[in-house]
Ligand binder design. Structure first.
Ligand code: FAD
Ligand code: NAP
Length: 446
């Protein structure tokens, strides 16, 4: 019997498990599966942890989620085709839910069966090699402090790539009298109430961490971009300036001459694709981009087709793209999809990579990833979902952000699965301080 290891039980690992569960429901004989996760429960980043640094077993904390995180894209764009929001919550809910609500949704789909029995929690995969016949995997059972080995025919790497921070250094950091941290360790914006905060970066973490600090009462928030300014119409108390030059005492001095006294510096400088557990010849080496090289259809390792990477792309599309990848990978593993020859694989990868390298703006990037996801969708029996509507929603969302970065989360979108429209939330995002599931779902009667 074919035996598969899935490394990671975050959204990607759960998509993989779900895809096999669906095949089994259809009467197909599925392989033996063991999933490993170094955390004590499933859900990946969405399983919020207060911890930073290392856990009680000395293992680095993979989690980068923070309190008060709300979805930064419309939930309709990430909806599962086989499990709608309406089905999970029993009613339409607003389009930009906080973390706890999305976590509940992700788990709702997998809780019903017996998938949890297939997962070894508190178990870190420490080594993967291929011995020309199969994969030898070494893992550490953290609770029992024991190291074990097993062999597998296929390995699915679904360990995420927003867990290991990229931490640059700027002159003056060593003697800075305040707090310097990476967004990976950011948990609670309350910490920065009444403080002057400098945020470095110009992508989603910089945007959202800066907004969080402002929302929860920071005295000032100064964002230092390096290449491209985000350029939103920031509210009073926030500004965006060009690139940090150095720190002098508690003063941040930017390359455009701007100076700002600061209590804290939050590095929103992105993450590393870091796979210390896998041998060099099997290791994906890439920056955060929309089409990492050496992956056929974005998932199959070019030099060993029994190694699958899920969710390694930079992401506009998330959960339903992970599903399309998992359904495709499942059908390769089950022999329903045939891998073409090396020449065809090479030319397919080249085609996507060269298209990706020509992308110039967010709209083109949305189109690119929508086309990629649609192609994968067409290759398996993943249920029907309207990717054209999702494409339209993403573009509208981009426009909403440009119009007003403080209000884009108050908008409503329609479901690509059920067609229902997300109701307007009872409280605007800017004034909604309690992000609990209960408060979010309890729409007061007007
Ligand atoms: C701060 C932040 C906010 C985000 N917000 C959104 C959002 O609003 N909407 C959205 O759609 N996406 C968001 N994302 C994107 C996020 O990448 C996806 O939503 C999703 O979590 C990716 O799933 P994943 O399974 O690939 O990775 P993860 O969620 O990171 O899960 C990977 C799992 O692998 C496990 N693991 C790692 N290494 C090992 C090992 N060696 N052995 C065993 N287990 C291992 C980890 O413990 C973890 O549980 C956000 C990302 C970040 C960092
Ligand atoms: N739900 C939410 O609200 C939310 C919140 C946060 C994050 N997220 C998700 O988290 C994921 C990761 O986002 P991310 O922003 O952390 O990573 P990212 O998208 O990879 O962006 C990394 C940023 O770091 C900057 N950078 C790198 N080195 C730098 C340096 N030395 N000095 C200054 N800037 C530097 C880059 O700027 P250059 O262009 O100059 O290289 C870029 O802006 C995304 O999927 C995002 O959607 C979601």
């Amino acid at each position: 019997m074919t035996k598969i290891a899935i490394i990671g039980a975050g959204p990607c690992g759960l998509s993989m498990l779900r895809s096999f569960e669906q095949a089994e429901k259809n009467g197909e004989k599925i392989p033996e599966i063991i999933c490993f996760d170094k955390q004590d429960d499933w859900g990946g980043l969405w399983n919020y942890s207060w911890r930073t640094g290392s856990d009680q077993y000395g293992d680095p904390i993979p989690n980068s989620m923070y309190r008060y995180l709300w979805s930064n894209g419309p939930k309709e764009c990430l909806e599962f085709a086989d499990y709608s929001f309406d089905e999970h919550f029993g009613k339409p809910i607003p389009s930009f839910p906080p973390r706890e609500v999305l976590y509940d949704y992700i788990l709702g789909r997998v809780k019903k069966g017996n998938l949890k029995d297939k997962i070894k929690f508190n178990t870190t995969v420490t080594n993967v090699i291929h011995n020309n016949k199969n994969f030898e995997l070494t893992y550490r059972d953290k609770k029992n402090n024991s190291t074990l080995k097993d062999t597998f025919d296929y390995v699915v790497v679904s360990t995420g790539h927003f867990s290991v921070p990229f931490i640059p250094e700027y002159p003056g950091m060593k003697s800075f009298p305040g707090r310097i941290m990476h967004s990976h360790d950011f948990r609670d914006a309350e910490e920065f109430r009444n403080k002057d905060v400098v945020v470095l970066g110009s992508s989603y973490s910089a945007e959202d961490v800066a907004l969080q600090c402002h929302k929860y009462g920071a005295k000032s928030v100064t964002i230092g971009y390096r290449n491209n300014a985000m350029g939103f119409k920031w509210p009073k108390g926030m500004k965006e300036v060009y690139h940090l030059d150095r720190l002098e005492g508690n003063k941040a001095i930017f390359k455009d001459g701007y100076e700002q006294k600061t209590d804290a510096i939050i590095l929103c400088t992105g993450y590393l694709h870091h796979f210390p557990f896998i041998s060099e010849n099997l290791k994906l080496k890439t920056t955060n981009r929309l089409y990492p090289p050496k992956l056929y259809k974005g998932v199959v390792w070019q030099n060993n087709h029994k190694l699958i990477y899920l969710g390694m792309q930079d992401q506009f599309h998330t959960f339903n793209m992970f599903d399309c990848q998992a359904w495709f990978a499942r059908d390769i593993i089950m022999g329903k999809i045939k891998i073409p020859n090396d020449v065809e694989i090479e030319s397919d990868i080249k085609k996507w990579v060269s298209m990706e390298e020509k992308l110039e703006d967010p709209e083109q990037m949305i189109d690119f990833q929508t086309e990629y996801t649609k192609e994968l969708h067409s290759l398996s029996d993943y249920p029907k979902i309207d990717f054209e509507l999702i494409r339209k929603h993403f573009k509208e969302w981009e426009h909403h952000k440009v119009e007003n970065i403080m209000t884009y989360r108050n908008k409503s979108f329609s479901s690509p699965v059920t067609g229902s429209i997300g109701p307007v939330h009872h409280t605007s995002w800017e004034t909604a301080m309690d992000d609990s599931l209960k408060v979010f779902l309890d729409q007061p009667k007007r």
